[in-house]
Design a protein around this ligand. Structure first.
Ligand code: GNR
Ligand code: NI
Length: 167
């Protein structure tokens, strides 16, 4: 197992579109294990392969308090959504920034698990938010892209300033 470096916004590689997983081989299994370790260590409740510069449709999620509910989603597709919900989001690729984003309140997501089995999961609450946030990453989108241009500009300035003091 290994900790993987996480790309930081506005790295242009965060805009790449992830490709479907076509074969669940040792490389995919190792990537999922390393991503889970990286997510728990951060700590975070989700991580998309895009964030570790692998452009495959793979995400790991665990919204439990005690690391007891790991989900590995390959090729996830949102099939149905219901309602809307405005909630504060953060992102491991945008450290220290928290902003409200509007998302669907409930959703059904279809994906393959690591055994290649088709799964249909009905999600709400934080899990539903996280699934939408991670699928955005696979499509080259970060939560900041949902905000006004004014807020995006302020966030870029703040991150550039942070980068100067930590350098
Ligand atoms: O750890 C994370 N917390 C979080 C909180 C609210 C909404 C979304 C998230 S996902 C984030 C981890 C991350 O950046 N995943 O891509
Ligand atoms: Ni994120």
């Amino acid at each position: 197992m290994a900790l993987l470096p996480i790309l930081r916004y506005p790295d242009p590689r965060l805009k790449k579109i992830a490709q479907p997983v076509v074969e669940i081989d040792e490389r995919v299994r190792r990537l999922a294990a390393d991503m889970a370790e990286t997510m728990y260590e951060a700590p975070g409740i989700g991580l998309a392969a895009t964030q570790v510069d692998v452009h495959l449709q793979l995400v790991v999620i665990d919204v439990s308090e005690d690391k007891s509910d790991l989900h590995v989603l390959l090729n996830p597709r949102i099939e149905r959504t219901e309602g809307s919900h405005l909630g504060e989001e953060g992102c491991l690729s945008v450290p220290g920034i928290y902003e409200k984003v509007e998302r669907a309140e409930k959703l059904t997501v279809h994906y393959l698990d690591l055994e290649g089995k088709k799964v249909s999961l009905l999600a709400e609450g934080l899990l539903a938010v996280c699934i939408q946030h991670e699928i955005d990453h696979l499509n080259g989108k970060v939560f900041v892209d949902h905000l006004s241009q004014l807020k995006q500009g302020r966030i870029r300035n703040k991150l550039a300033k942070q980068a100067r003091v930590t350098a």
